[in-house]
Design a protein around this ligand. Sequence first.
Ligand SMILES: C[S@@+](CC[C@H](N)C(=O)[O-])C[C@H]1O[C@@H](n2cnc3c(N)ncnc32)[C@H](O)[C@@H]1O
Length: 412
Amino acid sequence: MKPKKIKQFYLLYNRIVSPYQAKHLSKEEKISIGAFYTPPEIVSKTVEYISPYLKNKDITVADLSAGAGAFILPFKDYDYRAIDYDYSVINYLRNQLDEDKVIHTNSLLKVRRSKFRIPRNNFLIITGNPPYNDITSVYKKNGKGEFICDPDLYDNDIGICFLKAFNKLKADLVCVVHPFSYIGKRWNFVRIKDFTSNYRLVKGVLFPSTMFKYTSRTSPFTVMIALYERDKNGMTYDYIENFEFKILNTDKKFVLNDYSTTDGYINKYQPRKNSLLKESPIGLYYYSFRDLNSVKRNTTFIDKKHDFAVVVTLEEFYKYAYLHCIRKLLKTEYMWLFGNLSPLVDIEFLEENKAIFVYYALESSSTLKSFNKEVIDLIRKTYLKNFSLTLEQSKNLILEHFKSLFKINEAI
Ligand SMILES: C[S@@+](CC[C@H](N)C(=O)[O-])C[C@H]1O[C@@H](n2cnc3c(N)ncnc32)[C@H](O)[C@@H]1O
């Protein structure tokens, strides 16, 4: 290409590529490489968090999934690395930044500092928003071939591979954006033991995934801006359960331990163990659920045995009536925050007020309305002796209860 043509090409290209939106990629391409770029307001929070650490000597700031460089551009005056394997953005980055500091590679393969030309003794700050998606579905569905990474970094979720890579590089500071569930869910926390046993969360701010362009509006999840310091004592899950997370652009806080969920109290899945009841003595089942999102999405009571159904017994009917009420009545602007957790429950309140939930369920579930009359009579006899509230009164009490249960507290 003639120099003039090249210049024109880049002028056009720069207009297409934006540091904050992967405009140059089709929807399918965005999904296949997890290219959902971060809006400026989130990037600037990471810059604010990193700033106090810039006074360290011999710093390198690196983004291993740099996209069009949103997280690296603010650190142009420092030693930096912008790394990505999307060749189209690498060309753009080379045009914007120092060519030597822009690296086109798979960041998860042969991970060591020398590969990225990061000096061994430098204070390494990792920033960015690594892709998060399930490699089995994404790579297979898009015919992208095999996903390749160092065996010790392997995980089904590519974002977790990145966290492990940060640890492998012995980054001194990690200030990245990632799903809250990586550390908020006990099972994931254990899954990233390599990372959690070497880093300690210092700051955490939560926001809804809908802040990213082109993402699903229907099932939002909680994303987090996280600041971790390398710490040989690491952190425990208990530390995370008591950690005060802030909610972006509000004065509110979120502490996991302020809430209790149905875990260990209401069965979520169909029984596996032989010792557990596989058939309902009253012929009633409830659609299994993973979290609050699935309770809201799925059907509720089912009148026949089903592969994805939990057995409902007379003794535990009220617990499923409670879930049914959540499905029907719960409305919260913080669905993005609670949706990935199991449904919340105040066990004491539910145990004392079984009748309200049972009554509302009997009156509002179409399955129950047309269900075996004898069983329904038995349920009424068991739970509704001397019950005198109207449907409207029951509904209002439940709504009020949900309001206080799914409440976000003010940060003091
Ligand atoms: C969520 S985007 C983030 C882009 C940018 N940091 C931002 O937030 O605006 C993820 C980026 O990771 C890149 N990526 C995905 N897997 C990668 C890998 N194994 N090695 C290097 N880059 C990768 C994608 O090309 C994409 O640009």
